[in-house]
Design a protein around this ligand. Structure first.
Ligand SMILES: [Zn+2]
Length: 335
């Protein structure tokens, strides 16, 4: 079954390993994702995120856009080496063309809106460089919006605290409009509760939560409430199911050794379908940004999820929509 995955952190991993003096490339590596694993997993499209950790950059005194350029260079120079296996996608036509020619599509995305330092000019330049999806925040507040907060005194650190007061800033709304004008997909993963509701209320085009699960199934505040799932679905958007154990199962139910499994993914998908309909569910693995992927050790094991969904009673048509059709529908409309 073909697959389209809306989020991974592989480029960051490759870049950082190289910075540390280790040889690492996109064809074959020890990470969750490389081109050989994507081919084995029958992927037709993988999003590759440019991610910048704002605090680390501040400590190193390194400008955010500069770090982003280094990662974008890593993306292009790696992908360009294997034109027979992978094609860079800037439009829906590129994706179709790559598919026809037996190539995987690689789409560039950005995770951490702070990279633009509040300048719409930077957003436009990143668009010209091929960035087609953009999160407002990671886990820090920036010029555009507030995320759900990381910690609260006395609370388990792994559970974020929902941010229900502060959402998008004026600049954040301006960026949303600019993304819609450009044909860049707005991504609400990591954004605070208020911010997500702001986007739902103001978006005029479909948008995504590229790697987020259902809060009714697992209460982590990186996951989406039913109101958010319905809101994203009503705008014609899609939500990428994240494979991170802490977003799949409440910590006290994870067990030791870890009992989280692909059937937990099926539970989240069931809930999303019940809440927002079959059209709103896609994949957003978060491979290479997560610590454990249980039965699926890496991208080559994605058929394990396909088989599990079948065993859990999902129809072929539903699996197709979840694996790639819903994501492609949004890309076709926006890109
Ligand atoms: Zn993330």
């Amino acid at each position: 079954m073909k697959a389209a995955d809306m989020h991974c952190d592989t480029i960051l991993e490759i870049y950082e390993k190289r910075q540390a003096g280790e040889a690492c490339g996109i064809l074959k590596n020890g990470l969750h994702i490389d081109l050989e694993k994507l081919k084995k997993g029958d992927y037709l499209l993988q999003n590759f995120a440019v991610f910048v950790h704002m605090k680390h950059m501040a400590e190193r005194n390194q400008p955010l856009p500069e770090y982003a350029f280094m990662m974008i260079d890593t993306f292009f120079s790696e992908m360009r080496k294997y034109p027979e296996l992978v094609g860079i996608a800037r439009s829906y036509q590129d994706i179709e063309e790559n598919w026809k020619n037996g190539r995987i599509s690689a789409l560039l995305t950005m995770e951490e809106g702070g990279i633009c330092e509040g300048k719409a000019e930077y957003l436009r330049i990143f668009y010209e460089l091929g960035v087609r999806m953009f999160t407002f925040t990671w886990n820090f507040p920036n010029e555009l919006a507030w995320p759900n907060r990381l910690e609260q005194e006395g609370a388990p650190a792994a559970y974020f605290v929902p941010e229900t007061e502060q959402g998008l800033t004026e600049k954040g709304f301006e960026f949303l409009e600019e993304m819609e004008r450009l044909g860049m997909i707005a991504d609400v993963s990591h954004l605070g509760d208020k911010g997500i509701l702001d986007v739902i209320a103001h978006a005029r085009r479909p948008f995504v939560a590229s790697h987020s699960n259902a809060r009714a199934v697992c209460r982590h505040s990186r996951n989406l409430t039913d109101e958010m799932i319905r809101g994203i679905a009503e705008k014609g958007g899609v939500i990428g199911i994240n494979f991170y154990p802490d977003f799949l199962r409440n910590q006290e139910e994870q067990g030791s050794p870890m009992k989280v499994s692909v059937t937990d993914i099926a539970r989240h998908i069931r809930h999303m379908i019940k809440t927002g309909g079959i059209e709103c569910v896609g994949l957003g693995s978060d491979f290479d940004g997560i610590t454990s992927s249980f039965e699926m050790k890496d991208a080559s094991d994605l058929p394990i999820l396909e088989e599990s969904l079948r065993k859990n009673g999902f129809t072929e048509e539903e699996i197709e929509k979840i694996f790639y059709r819903n994501v492609l529908r949004v890309y076709k409309e926006i890109l």
